[in-house]
Design a protein around this ligand. Structure first.
Ligand SMILES: CC(C)(COP(=O)(O)OP(=O)(O)OC[C@H]1O[C@@H](n2cnc3c(N)ncnc32)[C@H](O)[C@@H]1OP(=O)(O)O)[C@@H](O)C(=O)NCCC(=O)NCCS
Length: 377
């Protein structure tokens, strides 16, 4: 049956899913029917992860068990650390993360994805170990020792501890946890779709997550937050914003961190992140980048808002991480630490009614050509 070709599969549903939903006209994002703003206000990243994976909020005892299971599986085998030591230290942390996650699967050979219990432990291991791998690489590449996780620290606190050997200010840990919630899931995006294609072959979840990490790495997907920070740094000071923005837009160049395929109003995640930025600078001192960002949003409004273009999730997140002294190239790996929950939620959902992805194509080549011998070409 012939179909029209839709580049990028734009507008073509690739799954029937109850994990999350976006209303791009109203600016609403819900995880399992609960708005992200409410989850940021009242939940934690790990509780939200449970909600995404297992379809409901956990009871108190289930949540305690879930948190304990994650704590128990944070450590990574020394062979994984040894393996990472062999990677070139100037390599991008996303490449190190992808390689380490692919290698991780070799240590956990239970690959039968029809085993529900095995799948639970795979999800626990992946969510628990990604931050350990990211922090380990961040230290190894500077020649520093890897810091083991601390069982008495929460998910976000422990990540900072493994990164810096310091327990962070509680406000930092809270804000970081909210950032993870906001990045945990976002319907059928490129990395989720990639993971689902891999998963449809009944590949193990380590392979599924490694392929999703590969898709997230690209600048059109997870990499945009790095570019926003570079743009804000290039502007340098609030006085230069007007000239910079106008010059770019007059010349039909894009402003990084603006626009979205689905949202035609301000991305709800950008609204929460802007609030978090404000809270962070009012407690921990001003941020020049934040002041510049506010000016950029203000100046761009009269050019772009009429076209439905507003700040997206990437516009304010990098400013928060920068204020927390996190290296720019760790922004996307942090995105992966959060989004692994969404990937796994879609994976579990798909397994219930799995069908191998095998799309069609529209052949645009020739037929019946003769083979020309090498000496006659
Ligand atoms: C995210 C993005 C790819 C979505 O694009 P899209 O929905 O396919 O929209 P289009 O590329 O068709 O652009 C539609 C119009 O909006 C304009 N536009 C879109 N994003 C813009 C931006 N960031 N800055 C300036 N203009 C923008 C386009 O120039 C185009 O204008 P025109 O109709 O006058 O030609 C796009 O907004 C973008 O490149 N943003 C910057 C990168 C970014 O922040 N990515 C992270 C996304 S979460």
């Amino acid at each position: 049956m012939p179909h029209d070709f839709m580049p990028g599969l734009a507008g073509i549903p690739a799954a029937r899913s109850a994990v999350s939903d976006v209303d791009g006209e109203k600016g609403i994002l819900e995880y399992r029917g609960i708005r992200v703003e409410e989850l940021c206000d009242r939940s934690s990243f790990l509780e939200t992860a449970y909600l995404l994976l297992f379809c409901r909020l956990p009871t108190k005892s289930v949540l305690m068990q879930w948190e304990q299971d994650i704590i128990h599986h944070r450590r990574v085998k020394y062979s994984i650390i040894d393996f990472m030591k062999c990677l070139p230290e100037q390599g991008h942390p996303m490449d190190a993360l992808q390689a380490a996650v692919a290698a991780l699967g070799m240590f956990y050979p239970g690959r039968n994805v029809t085993d529900v219990e095995n799948n639970y432990w795979s999800a626990v291991r992946l969510i628990a170990k990604l931050p350990t791998i990211v922090a380990a690489w961040a230290r190894l590449r500077h020649g520093d020792d890897v810091i083991s996780p601390r069982d008495d620290l929460g998910f976000s606190e422990n990540f900072f501890y493994m990164l810096t050997e310091t327990v962070p200010h509680p406000l930092w840990a809270d804000i970081f946890d909210d950032c993870l919630i906001l990045h945990a899931e976002h319907t059928m995006n490129a990395s989720t779709f990639t993971g689902l294609v891999t998963a449809s072959t009944l590949a193990d979840p380590y392979t599924v997550v490694a392929s999703s990490i590969g898709a997230l790495k690209g600048p059109l997907h997870g990499g945009a937050n790095e570019e926003v920070l570079q743009m804000l740094r290039e502007i340098g000071e609030p006085d230069r914003v007007k000239g910079y923005v106008e010059e770019r837009l007059e010349n039909k160049k894009r402003l990084m961190g603006f626009g979205h395929r689905v949202y035609k109003v301000k991305d709800p995640r950008a609204i929460v992140l802007q609030g978090l930025c404000k809270k962070l600078v009012s407690t921990c001192g001003t941020s020049q980048l934040y002041n510049i960002a506010l000016q950029v949003e203000h100046t761009a409004a009269k050019w772009l808002n009429g076209k439905g273009i507003y700040p997206n999730v990437d516009f304010y997140s990098g400013i928060i991480y920068d204020k927390m002294n996190i290296d720019v190239d760790l922004f996307t790996p942090i995105f992966a630490m959060a989004r692994v929950t969404g990937w796994l939620a879609h994976w579990l959902e798909q397994l219930r009614e799995n069908k191998l992805f095998r799309p069609d194509q529209i052949y645009a080549g020739e037929h019946n050509l003769p083979y020309v011998p090498l000496d006659q070409r």
